[in-house]
Design a protein around this ligand. Sequence first.
Ligand code: HEC
Ligand code: HEC
Length: 203
Amino acid sequence: MFRASLFLSLLMFTIPGQSASQPPAEVLADCILCHGTDGRGNEPVAAPRLAGVEAWYLERQLEAFRMGWRGSHPEDDQGREMRPMAVMLDDDLLPSLAAWFAEQDTPDPSPTLTGRPARGAQLYSLCATCHGTKGEGNRSLGAPALAGQNDWYLARQLHLYRNQQRGHEREDIYGQQMLAMIGPLVDDQAVLDVVAYINTFTE
Ligand code: HEC
Ligand code: HEC
């Protein structure tokens, strides 16, 4: 037993780039309580899909909650549900949790919102410069994939940016870059339209 675990831990330290170890089951169980089976997203508690989301982005968002860049605004009730979860994690759990959820493969979520995709396509031309023409994301720009995310969550995040409840901190450089791009989404209808267009990427 001892030998085997020693061997395994040596292995983890000696293979560069090897994904982090399996996160503890009891921590995963907490996450899944809100984020749904395999992290597929859970609308009743507004917890988004984590399954298949890029590990670098998940890890950065956990950091953002810990720093209070997300989930600290008094009116951001959902962010305030998540923040204590991120704060209580040991530092070394962040990479392994991010890697675990990134590896989960669950069916694409079904659309829940309706908007005008044709109008959304026009609005999306700006978004595509960072998030990619099919919402595939762009790691070098720090912009996450949007395709395959829960539409109610995308809409909610866009409202958070519109109300400056996300991206408001100067040190949050990626959040600030996104905040600077929210201008064209002038009202609720524009948010619904652009999200309706993003929904077409996974049809
Ligand atoms: C009490 C419910 C709850 C629990 C437990 C919970 N979360 Fe969350 N989580 C949320 C909610 C709600 C949001 C969305 C917040 C928002 O809208 O800004 C969220 C957002 C996130 C995000 C941001 C995703 C993105 O695309 O930006 C990550 C990453 C995340 N959670 C990871 C975790 C992990 C890992 C765990 C387990 C350690 C966990 N969560 C436990 C409710 C929860
Ligand atoms: C200049 C590049 C850039 C442009 C243009 C841009 N974004 Fe972003 N967007 C980002 C970055 C970077 C983030 C990640 C912010 C963070 O790490 O907190 C982001 C985050 C988001 C999120 C949150 C996703 C999540 O899972 O939490 C949504 C939704 C989003 N963008 C939608 C849009 C839409 C819609 C447009 C067009 C109106 C747009 N973005 C234009 C760079 C951009």
